[in-house]
Write a protein that binds this ligand. Sequence first.
Ligand code: SF4
Length: 123
Amino acid sequence: MTDTKRIPAFCAQCRSRCGCTAVVEDGRLTGIEPLPDHPTGAKLCPKGRAAPEQVYHADRLTHPMRRTTPKGAGRTEWERISWDTALDEIARRMGEISRDHGAEQVAFGVTTPSGTHISDGIA
Ligand code: SF4
């Protein structure tokens, strides 16, 4: 028998933060449904409803990857690296760019708060 829970939640896939209901079956997220009692939970867009596909998709990246072939080399190849290695390399490279070319050469950008999960970090 399947253990199904319907958990009041909110969608974090854009800054609208729509109220929703997370459907969890045997500990696995299987659906995102509206939460009509929530002020923004009457309807959900396709991106919000696709959360289970995003969580469990076979091609989802769950660890850092380092490119091992130069740009323009044709076939692109990658190798898995640890989070510590990735953070160390990124910090070192950004430090080099800042030191060699000036701090203004380092910038962060997002396309739109409606298209990113990191909108909470946008000042
Ligand atoms: S991605 Fe869609 S469902 Fe999720 S918060 Fe944004 S508008 Fe709402």
